[in-house]
Design a protein around this ligand. Sequence first.
Ligand SMILES: [Zn+2]
Length: 273
Amino acid sequence: MITSLLKSVLPPALKRPTKKLYLGFRALFYIGNSFFCPYCKKSYRKMLSGGFDLPVIKTMQIIGAGRRKNMVCPGCNSTDRDRLMYFFLEKNKLLKNNISLLHIAPEPSLGTFLKSNVNGLYISGAKYHEGVYYHDSMKIIDIEALTFESNSFDMVICNHVLEHVADDHQAMAEIYRVLKSGGAAILQVPWSPLLETTYEDPSIIDQIGREKHFGQFDHVRLYGMDYRKRLENVGFHVSTFSVQDLLETTIEKKNFALNPKEIIFVGRKQTTR
Ligand SMILES: [Zn+2]
């Protein structure tokens, strides 16, 4: 409440230092030993609750959505999704080599981290929306019609984007096209394990209808158990990794406050022989 009021009245030049100061004080208040944030490199007694609840999120047991405890880092605002990506990338040493990475609709914490830690080419971009601030380093891109050459990237990260896109088949095909042979894309979406088939209805265009049916005012579908198949339909070879599996096979003792229900979807473009 107070932060949104400040946002609306502060001149742009003061927004960044004010936010930094606010996060600094908040971090001090929550400092402790229960959870560790890999982005701001601090430990906290608790993370903040976040996300929002809608009936469909509960009734459909949607994974990757809803209100969660220990979701937001008090020191840098990273979310459990962001920390999961850090955990996955680090655990699998995916940034170790010289790579080219396309990050679509970059999450702030992860984007800042990747910008300084990708040992190669890092490009981030998002679709143009009126009134949204785009950092100078970000490109305006249309996921349904990417302007990059085919076989350009070793890795694409595109999390929680496809559920917003009208023609997700086309978007998936575009990601597949710009991946190099042997490359991989991380493609997280909210999905329901209770739905055998993805639920979409293009006649539902109002925000209330979308909240009711898909779990968010700007989602155009709710993915089901066939999400993997939809990725396979454009050529991806899909592997999934549960948070539980990742935690069981790691020697990392720090608790990153991850969402234990998340499943990571990785689509690979097979090497051509
Ligand atoms: Zn943090």
